[in-house]
Design a binder for this molecule. Structure first.
Ligand SMILES: [Zn+2]
Length: 510
């Protein structure tokens, strides 16, 4: 029997809906106590993509967007649109207008069409001159632009977060590792939950519990020590409670906003009580491990004295590490405390100091040429807050363009341009000082090589650096001594002029 004999002819066209996904990224950690604000060029010269350029730039990278692209490869039905994707190294708060300029590139794209879902790669400690809690403002604007579209985000483990942000999101996942080796996995997990949310397979509900403490990050690696234990217990709670995610956010101590402090963030499938219970349990675990993160650190002078004693005992080479001006935590490459202590100790062994960010001094050394003798000031150039400059008579020991490719285990393969590098040698002490045209991290063997320093010939290295330096040079130095000194990322931040964070937070309450 012909089907069409008794029925009107019907043509069924199967319309397969290809879900659309908007992707955007604003990755920046803003130090409220830096004397310098961050201009838009910090982003446009570092990481600034959209559309096809984003796809090409991030593919295969060890970043959230590298993870997102891998997820898209595995889920080819999803149609991505890359809106503004940007990031910059940790530094001071965004200068007026910078936040609006960046976020407009995202909200304009979201308003132009309707997507099935939106994924944001965020840090969580974004801090703008107009908006101390800038991630919240960003999420508020994005939510206003997309209505009830599914919104997912990933955060750095150093995010300062609170319930009001979670309420704007459908899905959020944070890094579990510090150092941050799990950025791609974090994005992949967020996107997987997002897709299940779009298909209405899950109904995520988040509950956040603040621990009541602002934590320093120096001893908070998740590879060993107290936070390794917290990470292990969090994974066990997540599995036992059947949660979609459970992240112990350590927070960022130098972002002064109302979300400051460590936070337990639990996401359950439709069960608010389960999320609340798990967040409370994890917050208690974090508090139980808190005190191990607060230690007594030697001063710069004590650290240098201890290093020289070890070298004299045949236990060199030794590194003295000052994280108070670490570029990765908003440092400015300008605090003079550690060099002042080194000079005062009058070392008799080959010593090297890195670094000062001083483009004018690099230019002056280049004009003078190799071997020229100069009277100079080191540090204290940008602010007098962290001590007076160290004055010295030096000779120009080595000059370079400061360009190199990282060869070490931490940033391997990444190109660096120091915008000029000068090694200036004290005339009366065996101290060599690196001065650079750009404020950049010291954590790579080729950083020192391009500066004209042979680490094998140096007994005492004094460096502005942090955890990653240990990961890179742990095999080279017999001892590494962490010190604390005045700086925008000083280990002891309890006396910093917090204006937005609650004074009841430990250790501000001490
Ligand atoms: Zn971080």
């Amino acid at each position: 029997m012909a089907f069409t004999d008794r029925h009107p002819r019907t043509i069924i066209v199967a319309v397969v809906h290809m879900p659309t996904l908007a992707i955007a990224r604003v990755l920046h950690e803003g130090n409220s106590f830096s004397p310098l604000q961050t201009p838009l060029t910090a982003f446009t010269t570092h990481e600034w993509h959209e559309g096809a350029s984003a796809h090409a730039a991030y593919r295969g990278t060890n970043t959230e967007l590298g993870g997102a692209i891998a997820w898209l490869d595995a889920n080819p039905d999803w149609q991505p649109v890359f809106l503004r994707c940007t990031g910059a190294p940790s530094s001071g708060v965004l200068a007026p207008g910078v936040f609006d300029a960046i976020v407009a590139g995202i909200t304009d794209g979201l308003a132009a069409r309707r997507f099935d879902a939106v994924y944001l790669s965020l840090h969580g400690s974004l801090n703008a001159a107009e908006y101390p809690e800038a991630d919240f403002e960003l999420l508020r604007r994005v939510r206003a632009a997309i209505g009830d579209t599914v919104l997912a985000a990933s955060f750095d483990l150093h995010a300062n977060v609170r319930q009001e942000e979670a309420d704007l999101l459908d899905v959020a996942v944070g890094y579990k590792c510090h150092p941050h080796t799990d950025m791609p996995e974090t994005a992949i997990k967020a996107l997987g939950l997002m897709a299940r949310c779009v298909r209405k397979e899950i109904r995520p509900v988040s509950r956040l519990v603040k621990t009541g403490a602002i934590l320093p990050s120096l001893f908070a690696r998740t590879t060993d020590g107290p936070m390794a234990e917290v990470k292990r217990i969090a994974a066990a709670i997540e599995a036992r409670a059947g949660l979609l995610d459970l992240t112990p956010y350590q927070g960022y101590a130098y972002a002064d906003n109302i979300a400051a402090g460590a936070t337990a963030w639990a996401t359950a499938d439709g069960d608010a009580a389960a999320a609340q219970g798990a967040a409370e349990e994890l917050a208690a675990v974090m508090n139980a491990h808190r005190d191990g993160l607060f230690r007594d650190l030697p001063s710069a002078s004590e650290g240098i004295a201890s290093a020289l004693a070890r070298i004299a005992a045949g236990e060199g080479p030794v590194a003295v590490v000052d994280s108070a001006d670490h570029t990765g935590a908003g440092g400015i490459g300008d605090t003079p405390g550690l060099l002042a202590a080194l000079v005062a100790a009058k070392p008799s062994v080959p010593s090297a100091f890195a670094f000062f960010h001083d483009p004018a001094l690099v230019a002056r050394a280049n004009e003078a040429g190799p071997g020229a003798r100069l009277d100079v000031s080191f540090g204290g150039r940008l602010t007098a807050l962290f001590g007076p400059p160290v004055r010295a008579t030096v000779t120009v020991g080595h000059l370079s363009d400061g360009r190199f490719r990282n060869v070490g285990p931490v940033y391997g393969g990444l190109d660096v341009d120091l915008e000029g590098c000068a090694r200036l040698d004290f005339v009366d002490l065996p101290i060599q000082v690196l001065v650079t045209g750009r404020c950049a991290d010291t954590t790579d063997p080729d950083y020192w090589r391009v500066g004209g320093l042979d680490l094998a010939a140096i007994s005492l290295v004094a460096a502005k650096a942090k955890n990653q330096f240990r990961a890179c040079f742990g095999g080279h130095f017999r001892h590494m001594i962490d010190i604390d000194s005045p700086g925008p990322a000083a280990y002891d931040f309890s006396r910093f002029p917090f204006r937005h964070a609650a004074r009841s937070l430990f250790p501000l309450s001490r």
